[in-house]
Design a protein around this ligand. Structure first.
Ligand code: 5GP
Ligand code: ZN
Length: 113
């Protein structure tokens, strides 16, 4: 999508610190990290949010979770644990309308909604 921030990162028009990449998935460090590890795992295909996923995206969702596991291994949090978050829409405080999974770890997290 032309004006989408994460599509621009995927196309290489904006810089990012990549953690993992394959044909379908890109993972890069969040610009404003909430924890020692904070990586965004995104589909290369523009999908606005989890609400826009369809049955045809089942394989893509599996690829995204494969990417998340690769991120956990690459950043050394696969044993200590982490949180996967995908904010959706206004009440979910989604600020970038391109589906992404926050992978947050590297310290003891609190649980607050
Ligand atoms: P959301 O609020 O939509 O769940 O998450 C968007 C995330 O994108 C935020 O954590 C924010 O820090 C991150 N972000 C916003 N702009 C950029 C950017 O230009 N580069 C990177 N790497 N992350 C960004
Ligand atoms: Zn996009």
């Amino acid at each position: 999508m032309e004006d989408c921030l994460f599509c621009k990162i995927i196309r290489g028009e904006l810089p990012s610190k990549k953690v993992y990449e394959d044909d379908d998935v890109l993972a890069f460090w969040d610009i404003s990290p909430l924890a020692p590890v904070h990586v965004l795992t995104v589909p290369k295909k523009h999908i606005e949010s989890a609400m826009k996923l369809g049955d045809a995206d089942a394989e893509l969702l599996a690829r995204l979770h494969h990417g998340i596991r690769e991120v956990a291994r690459a950043t050394g949090i696969e044993e200590s644990g982490f949180r996967i978050v995908s904010n959706v829409g206004s009440d979910g405080q989604q600020t970038v309308p391109h589906l992404h999974f926050h992978v947050i770890g590297g310290r003891q997290l609190e649980w607050k909604a």
